[in-house]
Every structure is written in structure tokens, then in C-alpha cells.
Design a protein around this ligand. Structure first.
Ligand code: ACO
Ligand code: OAA
Length: 437
């Protein structure tokens, strides 16, 4: 009965002019806000017409690939300066960067009672869920949780950026301990390490290479921000617009990011690829692969949702610049780790999926390409990161963007509570007393 009462004919949405998913007919998003933080470009506007183009991403006006080139070319890690840029609007100079990094390291310490209660009592089977509950738990440890001044919101933001890697590492080990009966390993973060190095250290001790740490850092940078409209950032903005606390807004964003169509897609891609590897005999046979991809679209294989995970994007068309950057690194890693067969399978699927998608959906289908989640799981797999924390790594990065958007949402002078409209399309009915139903 409940399911039947949900059905609303698709045509009604068109008749009533509803922008499903807040998307216009030309695939652009409905304009609901202005921001200074991130800019996601998948189309050029030529005389009022949207023309698909190679994807570009800008953080505070700086193109992501230039930002990445800047720190990669000097061999330093870039996540800390990226977080500073997103939060403040400016790249830090050396002194500011040192101070910020030092402050982040100080803030990574978890309240002692909290570490214990989280690991030993917060029994969980999903690290994203444990992270969200931990964030709500941190509210209790913050005496200023309800102080909505800008300085305090910034303090809470930096504290969460610093604590996320620690919580994720501890939650992962707590989960293994509770459900897989494996040893509980707690390593304290080291003040001299970058955030990416620290995360690897807490996971694997000193058993990580420079290349692995560099790649994780790059991955954090490219996942850090994606404009105001992505599902989790918009969630942050919606919840923040109601004038609630930082912990509530960030816990809500985590719930959104966990979803298989958003950040959870990196996990879905790995499961889908394992399914393809098991069911496609010849990984280089384009015909056999295309036939299997069609089965996915027809809901006849894998999770029967009709989705090819890691493909398609709300804004990008010809390319997602983050996937382009990650693919380059994935190739280097695959060569180093002797996994070129798998890498070639990924690239072939990246090439074939759009063709199969257009043949299935028809000529007017949206242009699709591999998105950031397509290669990220493969990269993490190559650097031996457990799959339970693929999506949490996304959160460790995106907390920087969420925090910047929360600050913007509670600050700009013409702000209003976000409250769109839903039209009720059910006929009126009369109340029946219990004994006449
Ligand atoms: C960090 C990130 O969040 S990146 C995205 C990660 N998510 C994924 O990889 C999941 C697979 N991809 C998708 O589901 C979609 O492309 C999304 C959710 C990313 C974007 O979806 P939308 O913007 O709603 O769809 P969009 O309007 O772009 O697509 C139009 C149609 O193509 C379908 N479509 C788009 N991508 C895919 C896909 N990968 N597989 C199957 N169908 C798809 C949509 O379901 C929609 O079908 P409909 O018209 O019959 O309802
Ligand atoms: O922008 C989106 O809709 C999803 C996305 O790629 C992200 O949040 O990184």
C-alpha cells in the first residue's frame, strides 16, 4: 500500500513544469544559488546555447590542474593548502601554510573519552555511518557547539578537517575488531606528517611508499570541492540555511555522500568491475564487453539498477577533469604493480560505456563520460587501501568543501532558508471514522 501510494505518473512532472532532480530540459541545473568557492564546467555558453566541452574545475577561481601542477612540481603535498584556499579564498604563503598545518596537527587529537567510546561502543558495520555518528558525538564534546559566530564555525570546520582521518582509521579498525574478530590497532597521528601520510600511517604503520602517499594526497585534493550543487554540498547548504549547528549539517552531508549515486559510487564501481571480471571471458573483446554493459543498462546483471557506475555526471559531458588526472596516475600505478590487464579493462569500459549508453537511450541522450569515481577505487586498490574506506576517503577530502560552503551559506547578506515548493497532486478525500473503513 505504501509503495502504491508513492506512484506519480512521469507525464505529470512535465505537465506541471517540475524540474526533476532540479535539472532543466537542456541538462543544466536549475540555478538556486551563487558561490565564490567552486566552479564546475561541462558546457560553454555560446550565444545563450549550451555547447558541451571538455570538463574544467576551479577552486576559488584557480583551475584544479594548475593547483595540482603547483604542488606536484615541487614534490610537496597539496591537501593542506587546498583546504586553506577553500576556507579563506586565498592561497597561503609559506608562513601561513606552516601555521595552518601546525594548527591542523594540534586539532587532530580526539577527546580521550571520545576515542574510547567510539571504538569500543560504537559498534558499526559501515565506516561512513560510524563517521556520521562520530561527528554527532563530537557535538557533545564541544562546549561551544551552539556558538554560531564565524570564528567558532571556522574553528569547528578546521577541527573536523583534522579529525576526519583519525576517526576513519579508528572506526575502520573498530569495525574489523567487532565484526571480523581481528586485532584492534590504534596508532596516534604524528605531528610531522602531512594529512595524507598520517592517514596511511594510522592504517598501515610505516608500510607505505612515497608514491602511495603522493597519490592519496592528490586524490584528496581532487575530491575536496565540487561547487554548491552536488548532492552532499547542497545538503550542507540546505541544512545550514535552517540555522543549525556545524555537526548536524556535516552529519547530513555524510549521509548524502554515502549514496551509491554520489560518493558511494567508488565502491559500487569496484563491485561492478569484479562482477564484469567474473562474467566476461575475454577482457579485450569489445563485442563481449559491450553486450555485458548493455545487460547492466537493461537491469539484467550486477545490482539490477540499470546503472553503469562511474559513468555519467550531472554537469560534465566530454570529460571529468578529475578522472583525467586520476587515470594518468592509475596507469603509472598499474605498470608498477603489474596490473595493466585490469587497467586496460577499465579504459576499454570507459571507451565502450558511452557508445552502449547512446545505443540504449537513443540519439538525444545526455553525453556521458567516466567520472571521478571510475578510477579512484582502482587507485586505492593498487595502494592496498581496504575497500570499506574508499567512500570515507572522499569524505576526508570533501569536508573541506562542505565547511567552506557552510561558512558561505551562513554569511552572505541576502541569505534565506532554502525552501522550494512541492505541488500536492492528490484528490481531496473525506475522513472516515474507524468503524466505517
Ligand atoms: C562524485 C560523484 O558523485 S560522481 C557521480 C557518481 N555516480 C555514479 O557514477 C553513478 C552512475 N551515474 C549516474 O547515476 C548518473 O550519471 C548521475 C547520478 C551521476 C547523474 O545523473 P542525472 O544527472 O540524474 O542523470 P542525467 O540527467 O545525467 O542522465 C539522464 C538519463 O541517463 C541515465 N543515466 C545517466 N548516467 C547513467 C549511468 N551511468 N548508467 C545508466 N544510466 C545512466 C539517467 O538515469 C537518466 O535516465 P532517465 O532519463 O531514464 O531517467
Ligand atoms: O557534482 C556532482 O554532482 C557530483 C560530483 O562529481 C562531486 O560531488 O564531486
Amino acid at each position: 500500500m505504501a509503495v502504491q501510494s508513492c506512484e506519480i505518473e512521469k507525464e505529470l512532472f512535465d505537465q506541471m513544469g517540475v524540474k526533476r532532480g532540479l535539472r532543466n530540459a537542456d541538462f543544466s541545473g536549475v540555478l538556486v544559488g551563487l558561490t565564490h568557492i567552486g566552479n564546475v564546467v561541462g558546457y560553454n555558453n555560446e550565444d545563450g546555447k549550451l555547447v558541451p566541452c571538455e570538463g574544467k574545475l576551479y577552486y576559488r577561481g584557480i583551475e584544479l590542474k594548475d593547483l595540482a601542477k603547483g604542488f606536484l612540481s615541487t614534490g610537496r603535498h597539496g591537501f593542506e593548502e587546498t583546504a586553506y584556499l577553500l576556507l579563506t579564498g586565498q592561497l597561503p604563503n609559506q608562513t601561513e601554510l606552516n601555521d595552518f598545518t601546525e594548527y591542523l596537527a594540534e586539532q587532530s587529537e580526539l577527546p580521550p573519552f571520545f576515542s574510547k567510546s567510539m571504538i569500543l561502543s560504537l559498534r558499526g558495520r559501515d565506516v561512513m555511518n560510524m563517521l556520521a555518528r562520530s561527528v554527532l558525538g563530537l557535538y557533545a564534546a564541544d562546549e561551544e557547539a551552539e556558538d554560531y559566530s564565524h570564528v567558532n564555525i571556522m574553528k569547528q570546520a578546521i577541527s573536523l578537517i583534522a579529525k576526519f582521518p583519525v576517526i576513519v582509521a579508528y572506526a575502520y579498525y573498530g569495525m574489523r575488531h567487532s565484526f571480523q574478530r581481528k586485532s584492534l590497532i590504534i596508532r596516534h597521528p604524528q605531528k610531522h606528517l602531512s594529512l595524507a601520510e598520517n592517514f596511511l600511517y594510522m592504517l598501515k604503520g610505516n608500510e607505505y611508499t612515497k608514491l602511495e602517499a603522493d597519490l592519496l594526497d592528490l586524490s584528496l585534493v581532487i575530491h575536496a570541492e565540487h561547487g554548491g550543487g552536488n548532492n552532499s554540498t547542497f545538503t550542507t547548504r540546505v541544512v545550514s540555511s535552517a540555522q543549525t549547528d556545524t555537526y548536524s549539517a556535516i552529519a547530513a552531508a555524510l549521509g548524502s555522500l554515502k549514496g551509491g549515486l554520489h560518493g558511494g559510487a567508488n565502491l559500487k564501481v569496484i563491485d561492478m568491475m569484479n562482477n564484469i571480471k567474473e562474467n566476461v571471458k575475454d577482457w579485450s573483446d569489445k563485442k563481449e564487453l559491450s553486450a555485458y554493459l548493455l545487460k547492466l543498462l537493461k537491469k539484467e546483471a550486477f545490482d539490477h539498477t540499470g546503472k553503469i557506475y562511474g559513468i555519467g555526471h550531472a554537469i560534465y559531458t566530454y570529460s571529468d577533469p578529475r578522472a583525467v588526472l586520476l587515470k594518468e596516475k592509475a596507469r603509472e600505478l598499474a605498470e608498477e604493480k603489474g596490473r595493466m590487464d585490469e587497467f586496460n579493462l577499465y579504459t576499454l569500459i570507459e571507451e565502450l560505456a558511452p557508445e552502449v549508453f547512446y545505443s540504449f537511450k537513443g540519439e538525444n541522450a545526455k553525453i556521458v563520460c567516466a567520472n571521478v569515481d571510475f578510477y579512484s577505487g582502482f587507485v586505492y586498490e593498487c595502494i592496498k587501501i581496504p575497500k570499506e574506506i574508499y567512500t570515507p576517503i572522499f569524505a576526508i577530502a570533501r569536508i573541506a568543501g562542505w565547511a567552506a560552503h557552510r561558512i558561505e551559506e551562513v554569511t552572505f547578506s541576502s541569505r534565506r532558508i532554502i525552501r522550494p515548493a512541492y505541488k500536492c497532486v492528490i484528490d481531496r478525500s473525506t475522513y472516515l471514522p474507524l468503524d466505517s473503513r
